[in-house]
Design a binder for this molecule. Structure first.
Ligand SMILES: [Zn+2]
Length: 412
């Protein structure tokens, strides 16, 4: 089956059609997890998979698995996939590419009349982005046993709607147990979301692993007061304290070499009234680094910086760790398979680390796993301007087909 190639135009057309669901004015996508738009995207994916002859099942986390049968379905499946949810102002390729590349592998094998010994599963993981329920990689996290199912389902969005209720509402609270299945290998195709591949003109990144990540929710508590009557020197302004902490956290990043990346991306102010001194401010911290030891030191430095400022300003501060992921090293044999497939196809490639977290980082804990990166324009992602070239997307998908067939075994 070494001669089978994917249909790059069909893959592109599917991406464009999927991108119409939740399309934003500047050419991006806003498709938050478990919204009506996410349901539409899921429905379209399921329809396409069933049309391609796959049997679709949904687990209790709403993860969707589309199976292309093998000649020996007692064998563990070779799995691929990614996510269909996006950031509020995200792009058309982040996640959707990995899901639809998997579907294109199935379609291309169907066209070629080619069978594999082990079955192939194409999966769409629930809520990778963490933009709505504030903790990302949820579906794959529960699947990999990192998070408790019931706790995940009870996770609320800012309006108090839980994941479980929203899954039920959109019709994707499946009956299948989450995880506990044997997986022969997991491969995820994804845009790089960074500038390296494009800058070097290389279409395929062989991903060696992902950097570690620690996230926190920081609650700064002061005292509400009248904006007109309370003198400046008597105030306990929670937002002012939070602002100083945010600036200090940026300083922590520059104090370490090589720099970790530290982001404060969400902030809530209470009561959020123009003429009341803020009594409470809650913000998030996302910190990442390829070295676990450095990441731990950075976490301690961030905590100290926030506590020092709170003490100085007469405020209370509480840092709650919401996510902790160690550095992930992908499976040597899967990495080698990706590299060898790119070689066979004559596709220029290079080794690369993932700066972002991916579902594959969770899967790596329970199955031999690797990722395939393709370039995206100027490295822009989590942005409506996110873009990628059809030929690069096809090149990554061809590598995906090769490694999946190799792992599943060609039949006949
Ligand atoms: Zn993604």
């Amino acid at each position: 089956m070494a001669e089978i190639r994917v249909d790059g135009a069909r893959l592109w057309d599917s991406l464009m059609e999927m991108g119409r669901i939740g399309a934003t004015p500047k050419g991006g996508v806003g498709r938050l997890a478990l919204t009506d738009l996410d349901k539409q995207a899921r429905d379209l994916f399921v329809r396409w998979c069933e049309a391609a002859g796959c049997a679709v099942r949904v687990d209790r986390m709403g993860n969707i698995f589309a199976r292309r049968a093998g000649t020996d379905d007692s064998l563990a499946p070779v799995m691929t996939g990614s996510h269909l949810d996006s950031q509020p102002l995200g792009g058309r390729f982040d996640g959707a590419y990995g899901v639809l590349a998997g579907l294109e592998v199935v379609r291309a094998l169907n066209d070629a009349g080619a069978a594999t010994r082990a079955p192939l599963d194409v999966v769409a993981w629930t809520d990778e982005e963490g933009a709505r329920f504030k903790a990302g990689m949820m579906g794959s996290g529960v699947f990999a046993g990192l998070q408790d199912l019931e706790a995940a389902l009870a996770n609320p969005d800012p309006d108090g709607r839980t994941m479980g209720a929203e899954l039920a509402r959109i019709g994707y609270a499946g009956a299948e147990p989450v995880g506990g299945m044997e997986i022969a290998a997991f491969f995820e195709a994804h845009i790089e979301q960074g500038p390296v591949l494009e800058a070097e003109g290389i279409p395929v990144g062989v991903v060696l692993g992902g950097q570690g990540q620690r996230c926190f929710r920081v609650t700064v508590t002061g005292e509400e007061g009248h904006a007109g009557t309370l003198p400046m020197d008597r105030r306990k302004d929670a937002l002012l304290g939070a602002a100083r902490m945010i600036a200090a956290l940026n300083g922590v990043a520059f104090a370490h070499e090589p720099h970790p990346v530290i982001t404060v991306g969400a902030l809530q102010v209470r009561p959020n009234s123009p003429n009341t001194i803020p009594g409470q401010a809650v913000f998030t911290i996302d910190s990442r680094h390829p070295d676990d030891g450095t990441l731990a030191t950075v976490a301690a430095d961030m905590r100290a910086a926030c506590e020092d400022i709170a003490a100085e300003a007469g405020l209370e501060v509480a840092l709650e760790q919401t996510t902790s992921r160690g550095t992930v090293a992908f499976d040597e044999t899967c990495i080698a398979a990706v590299r060898a497939a790119a070689e066979r196809l004559g596709t220029p490639h290079r080794d690369i680390y993932s700066g972002a977290g991916h579902d594959a980082c969770n899967l790596a804990l329970i199955a031999p796993t690797a990722m395939i990166f393709v370039p995206c324009e100027k490295g822009i992602s989590h942005n409506e301007a996110e873009n990628a070239k059809p030929e690069d997307l096809a090149a990554g998908c061809d590598v995906l087909l090769q490694v999946m067939v190799e792992r599943a075994g060609a039949a006949g």
